[in-house]
Design a protein around this ligand. Structure first.
Ligand code: SAH
Length: 463
């Protein structure tokens, strides 16, 4: 991060602005709206500044800038069309150690001014650190259309209840839930459509109900959420929504930072994948942990790579929950087969190549592959093998031994859908060697079938 975003309380604090044009007026407007005690230094005020003067009170000083003008100021702005004047301000400010901002001159700025989406008291500040003003403008435009104008009112409404709610609902988790219900529900709807009386009366009812319930423990729940194979853009809306609600998250190795960063910031994070000593937390330990956390009233997010019900042991984890009467939801995700195939340009079915597709695991049990070769080696069928990297050689040999054509196309996809995706293609005869030469690592997915030949034409993702 190049800059630290902060929101500064300027009420009653002195600021100094040099300049009288449009740019200066825009800055002055922001400073005055923030309640600052502003002095504008300029020989005369331009028309925009004069318009501002009709709305706000500020000092105008027409004599030249002197070092003493900066005394007691917390911020200084140089927005004059006269470069020399800006430079002089910069020097004075530096000497007095007052943070200064010179318009359109990043090298002379201790701080930069973000683009604003103003729904006061709710404010969104956007900056690209000067690297892409266009992107900032686009984002601002998106926010402007996305966030109802009345959101500020909602924030204000919520603010007016803060103290009372803190008293009535001392428990932090319970209080957060109360807010969520309020912001997602009919109270907010009324505020947004300016029906304040209805909003107030509903809010009182909600609060009374809550006060009557204060002894009751909050009820926990588990969200078993599939995150897809890696690209955060492949998350579902529902996944994202529940990720934003969780109090605690349990995740393992396959969940990348891009996805983890989308989980609510203050949710506790528990890693349940393999540790450095390669000792994985057992399935039953994880299930028990889910039960314990949910019983404490927490909203527990269990993140799973791909889809939780496809080689994800999701079924086992929630079996215990169901036995213990703990509420849960399951959110499907894009499974590795679908994600990797799309991003590698290999359609899993195709009218000219395959009418069926089968998913199997290549994980060995007691050192042996346990595959139903007859079911796998069928005409016009694509076979997708999860967890098959370690046994790649035995898998391709097995296909051939059980009668598959030696030149059947096959592919292995490493880190599918992610920035580091690599795809190696070949045939049942060549794939294992080619993958070894390329140094393919886990996670990797194997696809066997004539659809693999389509990649030549359909490959599109070039990370
Ligand atoms: N529930 C997951 C699968 C978990 S099993 C799903 O639906 O996708 C783990 C295996 O999935 C890995 O060994 C690998 O074969 C495959 N896999 C998961 N993510 C992958 C990725 N990004 N690229 C390639 N293979 C992946």
């Amino acid at each position: 991060m190049d800059h630290l975003p902060i929101f500064m309380d300027l009420r009653g604090k002195r600021t100094l602005l040099v300049g009288d044009g449009v740019m200066a007026a825009r800055k002055a407007d922001l400073l005055l709206r923030s309640g600052s005690d502003l002095t504008v230094v300029a020989p005369a005020l331009g028309s925009e500044m004069l318009t501002l003067k009709e709305q706000y009170e500020f000092k105008h000083q027409s004599r030249p800038l002197s070092e003493g003008d900066l005394q007691g100021c917390v911020l200084a702005f140089g927005s004059s069309e006269d470069e020399a004047l800006n430079e002089q301000l910069y020097e004075f400010a530096k000497r007095a150690a007052i943070p200064v901002n010179i318009s359109d001159k990043t090298e002379s700025c201790d701080f930069i001014m973000p683009a604003l989406v103003d729904r006061s008291p709710l404010t969104i500040a956007i900056s690209s650190g000067g690297s892409s003003p266009l992107l900032v403008r686009q984002l601002k435009a998106r926010f402007e259309t996305m966030i109802p104008a009345a959101y500020g009112k909602l924030a204000e409404f919520a603010g007016s209840y803060r103290d009372r709610i803190k008293l009535s609902i001392p428990d932090l988790t319970q209080r957060r839930r109360f807010w969520e219900t309020m912001v997602d529900g009919p109270v907010a709807e009324h505020v947004l459509s300016n029906q304040m009386e209805e909003a107030e009366s509903l809010m009182h009812k909600l609060l009374q109900k809550e006060e009557g319930n204060s002894e009751k423990e909050p009820v926990g729940e588990v969200y078993l959420v599939g995150t897809g194979p890696g690209d955060p853009d492949l998350l579902t809306f529902k996944a994202l929504r529940l990720m934003q609600r969780a109090d605690v998250v349990l995740y393992d190795r396959l969940i990348g930072d891009g996805i983890l960063n989308l989980v609510r910031r203050d949710a506790d994070r528990i890693y349940v994948g393999k540790r450095r000593d390669d000792h994985a937390i057992s399935q039953s330990e994880i299930s028990n942990m889910l039960v314990r956390l949910a019983s404490e009233g927490k909203r527990v997010l269990r993140l799973k790579g791909g889809d939780p019900f496809i080689f994800g042991r999701g079924g086992e984890e929630i079996e215990t929950l169901s036995e213990q009467g703990i509420a849960f939801q399951v959110v499907p995700g894009v499974t590795a087969a679908a994600g990797c195939a799309s991003y590698a340009g290999i359609p899993l079915t195709h009218r000219d190549h395959a009418q069926s597709c089968i998913f199997v695991t290549g994980h060995q049990k007691d050192g042996r592959l346990n595959l139903n070769w007859e079911a796998l080696i069928q005409p016009h069928q694509t076979v997708v093998i999860y967890m098959g990297l370690m046994s790649l050689q035995s898998i391709t040999e097995g296909f051939i031994e059980h009668g598959a054509a030696v030149d059947t196309p096959a592919a292995i996809i490493e880190n599918g859908t992610k920035a580091g995706q690599r795809v190696v293609t070949g045939s049942l005869t060549t794939l294992a060697d080619a993958a070894a030469r390329a140094g393919i690592q886990s996670p990797a997915l194997i696809i066997v079938g004539s659809v693999v030949s389509l990649r030549e034409k359909l490959s599109w993702f070039a990370p």
